[in-house]
Structure formats: structure tokens, C-alpha cells
Design a protein around this ligand. Structure first.
Ligand code: ADP
Ligand code: F6P
Length: 319
């Protein structure tokens, strides 16, 4: 292994820059050449590749987004597109590739490894939807962004004695809603993994009102969605003024938390070590506080996890 490259793909996530920094600096420390690929798999196909040095990653550990930029690339989903990428890697003399992204990006990395490219994936997505790892990069930061928003919504909801429905991201995964709901003291948490019972929800809201609750905060995962429609329905049934807030892309930005920066540094360092050890088709992650690596196929094949215990705790603590 002489030359490695790094790219970020799919939705950006806070902590991606800290991971890029870790890969570049660990790679250089181990005597490797490190190349940066811009715009994910698009840049790989188009040869948007440049050599990186220690200064290329100065002053980025605290920044959200990704200095390498990210993209979604349809061409890479075709065999012809991936073959173009393999040729570009050959032209640049790249022996190993670190891919930071979510499950889609990992599927791309897996297919690339089948064409002989040594690949290692770092989980970078706010959704926390990869079962093999307890946490993905960006999840903790997004969670804290949501928490900040909830605190503000709680102020105005209490003043007006309203119900507040907050729709958060996560694709089909309810983790952002669950963790933010628990941390923010939400009255109800609605996630795709547990489904939604609207009658039960309205009953809980009315009970809360009777018990003297000034506000009612409902965390709604985008995998269930329909915040505006739900708000209208809740208002009609309960007679309590209800407002919906869809937090949107604000959840993807911002300076990464200490947790995400440290996780990114550990995952980036391990990814480089794996490539040096000659490993391929691996993904790095964290389980029980320990940095682990798994086969990419096995990691992607795992069934979705959802912490029902945490969900039940949140439910018990909410009234
Ligand atoms: P994420 O990595 O965050 O899940 P996407 O699902 O949008 O984001 O995937 C990012 C990119 O990974 C896609 O634009 C595409 O280039 C590549 N990718 C996704 N799925 C596949 C696939 N089945 N085969 C090849 N490449 C894929
Ligand atoms: O995967 C990260 C994510 O932010 C999801 O939570 C959300 O569903 C999606 O990406 C939004 O994608 P886009 O940035 O293309 O609107």
C-alpha cells in the first residue's frame, strides 16, 4: 500500500471533516501518499483528485460539512461507471480507498472492492441507520442541534399552551426522534419502527392537559412524516392549538460535537491501519465503546436495530 484516497459520499454529516483529517494525517504518518477525491463517486469517475498534505486538513476538525464536497452519483450505480472509476484509480496509482458515507455509499464501495479495489468504509450519516455500529458520524451533533431546537420550541409552546410537533430527519430510522425525544423530555415520540396510533396520541395530549402540562412536545420521525397534516388533526380532535415545525437541513450542519470529533479521529485512524494491513471490503464502527471492523457485506445485511427498551423508558418518563 503506497497511495490511498479518500472521498465523502451521500448526505453530508458533521464529523466528516474530522475523519478526513484523521485519514490524511494517519496516512502521512505511516509514509503513505494521500489523495482527496472531490464530489464523491462523481469525482472518482471524472478524475477530480488531488494530493493532500498535513496542511490540506488544517483548521477543519471543528467544521461541519465536508471539504471534499459530496454528491449522489447515478453513473456509479452502473457497471460502466464503476469500471471508469477503477481506471481512474489506476491512472492515479491509488491502491486503497476510504469511503465516508452511509449505506448507499457502502454498497458502492462493496461493488468497487469486487473489481479489485481495496476499500474501507467509515459510517458518516446523521441517521444512525447502520446496524453494525452503535453510532454513525454526525448523529450526536444532529441530536444536539435538535435538542437546542426543542428547548426553544418548549419556551414558545409553554407560553401559548400549545402542542408542538417537531419533525426530524433520519430517513426510515427513528433514532434521531427517539434520542432527541428522550433527551428533550418529549411527551410523545413517533417513529416508523413502532408505528403511530393517532387516537392514543390525542388521548395522551388531553391527559397531559388535564394533569396541568403547559405544553405538549411530540417528536415525529420523517420516516412517519406528515407533520402538518398531523398537527391539523390533533388540533381538531383535542381542541388545543397545535403547530408543526419541520427542522430540515439545519440538522445536517454545524460544528461537530466532541463525541463526533473523537469518533471520527478513531475511525479514520483505524481505516488507514486496515488498508496498511492489506484488508479490503471492511467497514469500521464502534460497539460498546470499542472500535471494530466488519465485512462490508455482512454489515449491510444486518437487520435494522431499534432500541425498544429506550423507547419504553422515554414513554414511562414522559408523564
Ligand atoms: P448514503 O451513502 O448517505 O446512504 P445514498 O444512498 O444517496 O447516500 O448513496 C450515495 C451514493 O452511493 C449514490 O449516489 C451512488 O453513487 C452510490 N450508491 C448507492 N447505492 C448504490 C448501488 N446500489 N450501487 C452502486 N452505487 C451505489
Ligand atoms: O441521510 C441523511 C439525510 O439527511 C436524511 O435524514 C434525509 O432523509 C435525507 O438525507 C435528505 O436528503 P437531501 O439532502 O437529498 O434532501
Amino acid at each position: 500500500m503506497k497511495t490511498i484516497a479518500i472521498l465523502t459520499s451521500g448526505g453530508d454529516a458533521p464529523g466528516m471533516n474530522a475523519a478526513i483529517r484523521a485519514v490524511v494525517r494517519m496516512g502521512l504518518s505511516k509514509g503513505l501518499r494521500v489523495m482527496g477525491v472531490e464530489r464523491g463517486y462523481n469525482g472518482l469517475i471524472n478524475g477530480e483528485i488531488f494530493e493532500m498534505n498535513r496542511n490540506s486538513v488544517s483548521d477543519i476538525i471543528q467544521k461541519g460539512g465536508t471539504i471534499l464536497k459530496t454528491a449522489r452519483c447515478e453513473e456509479f450505480k452502473t457497471e460502466a461507471g464503476r469500471e471508469r472509476a477503477v481506471n481512474v484509480l489506476k491512472v492515479f496509482g491509488i491502491d486503497g480507498l476510504v469511503v465516508i458515507g452511509g449505506d448507499g455509499s457502502f454498497t458502492g464501495a462493496k461493488l468497487l472492492s469486487k473489481l479489485g479495489v481495496k476499500t474501507v468504509g467509515i459510517p458518516g450519516t446523521i441517521d444512525n441507520d447502520l446496524s453494525y455500529t452503535d453510532y454513525t458520524l454526525g448523529f450526536d451533533t444532529a441530536l444536539n442541534t435538535v435538542l437546542d431546537a426543542i428547548n426553544k420550541l418548549r419556551d414558545t409552546s409553554s407560553s401559548h399552551e400549545r402542542v408542538s410537533i417537531v419533525e426530524v430527519m433520519g430517513r426510515n430510522c427513528g433514532d434521531i426522534a427517539l434520542f432527541a425525544g428522550l433527551a428533550g423530555g418529549a411527551e410523545s415520540i413517533i417513529v416508523p419502527e413502532m408505528g403511530m396510533d393517532v387516537d392514543e396520541l390525542c388521548k395522551t395530549i388531553l391527559e397531559g392537559k388535564r394533569n396541568g402540562k403547559l405544553h405538549n412536545l411530540i417528536l415525529l420521525a420523517e420516516g412517519v412524516g406528515g407533520a402538518q397534516k398531523l398537527a391539523k388533526h390533533v388540533e381538531e380532535v383535542t381542541g388545543i392549538e397545535t403547530r408543526a415545525t419541520i427542522l430540515g437541513h439545519i440538522q445536517r450542519g454545524g460544528s461537530p460535537t466532541a463525541f463526533d470529533r473523537i469518533l471520527a479521529s478513531r475511525l479514520g485512524a483505524r481505516a488507514v491501519e486496515l488498508l496498511i494491513e492489506g484488508k479490503s471490503s471492511r467497514v469500521v464502527g464502534i460497539r460498546g465503546g470499542v472500535i471494530i471492523d466488519d465485512d462490508i457485506d455482512e454489515a449491510l445485511a444486518l437487520p435494522r436495530k431499534f432500541d425498544t427498551n429506550l423507547y419504553e423508558i422515554a414513554k414511562c418518563l414522559s408523564y
